[in-house]
Design a protein around this ligand. Structure first.
Ligand code: KMH
Ligand code: ZN
Length: 279
């Protein structure tokens, strides 16, 4: 049977300013509405970075919890909080977002240059995130910015065991200035290093979005899209909203005869308990 495609939307990120990108969802209401709209066109997971009342990136726990609750109210999406935050965030604050009890959280597997900045992810932080998520019943998505990060994943799993839920899911974040390029060749190079039984998604930053999407679909992978990574829909044409990017990804997935996965099936794939719905 041809597997369906898990579509993740990363609607906001920590890098773009609302002043520069007025359509970026940053308020609680905007993010909740984005989750609803993106589910309607095929998303199953939302990867969340939170902004404060001044639209700046924040890891303030009350604000994080407020957004998590609002997204759960507006949609059935799997709530995946970023533990990457912004490049300036301290490690303890990045770990503390787990207190907001998301279904899932990102876990970056290594340090990488991030444009002119450094996105710091030393081994001890990786282990702490992995083991805390195991203890708290949160499912990690392992973020891979370079091939060596997959070697780190194998070492992590060998030493500390499988994640909560038992299933390993990797996201190849490609085209970051400082990380692996967003090309078919780079994606193909990663494939033999993905642990047996694991699934993977891919994300292409900026203009690598489309080539990475097509390469990932052809390799049996899943997709992440969104305004965290992509602000231009086509040359000279700004992205209208996150749903536009999800709808394009869903369309390509259908063409590949791997239609978008439901939120229930995504929960089952990732080892997340089923949603409790009022009967
Ligand atoms: N904002 C980047 C520095 C993640 O969310 O886990 C890191 C990032 C990765 O976006
Ligand atoms: Zn992120």
């Amino acid at each position: 049977m041809t597997p369906a495609t898990l579509l993740t939307v990363a609607p906001t990120g920590a890098e773009s300013a609302k002043a520069d990108v007025p359509t970026l969802p940053v308020t609680v209401e905007e993010i909740a509405a984005t989750a609803r709209d993106c589910q309607a066109v095929g998303a199953a997971v939302v990867h969340l970075h939170i902004r404060d009342a001044e639209t700046r990136p924040t890891l303030d726990l009350a604000r994080v919890a407020e957004v998590v609750a609002a997204v759960r109210e507006s949609s059935d999406l799997i709530v995946q909080l970023s533990t990457g935050g912004a490049v300036t965030d301290p490690f303890d604050a990045r770990l503390a977002v787990l207190d907001a009890q998301p279904d899932a959280a990102s876990l970056s597997l290594g340090t990488v240059n991030f444009g002119r900045d450094v996105f710091s992810n030393p081994w001890d932080l990786i282990v702490e995130l992995h083991t805390q998520m195991q203890q708290r019943g949160i499912v990690p998505e392992y973020e891979v910015f370079d091939l060596g990060h997959l070697a780190t994943l194998t070492r992590l799993l060998d030493k500390y065991g499988p994640p909560h839920g038992g299933h390993v899911h990797v996201d190849l974040v490609m085209g970051v200035p400082g990380g692996m390029p967003g090309t078919t060749q780079a994606l193909a190079a990663c494939l033999p290093h993905i642990p047996p039984g694991a699934t993977f998604a891919a994300t292409g930053v900026g203009r690598t979005s489309l080539p990475v999407m097509l390469a990932a679909l052809s390799a049996g992978g899943h997709l992440r899209v969104g305004m965290e990574d992509t602000l231009t829909y086509a040359p000279g044409e700004p992205v209208r909203d996150n749903a536009q990017l999800v709808a394009r990804a869903a369309g390509l997935a259908r063409i590949a005869q791997r239609p978008p996965m439901s939120t229930d099936d995504a929960r089952s794939l990732l080892g997340i308990k089923p949603m409790e719905r009022a009967s």
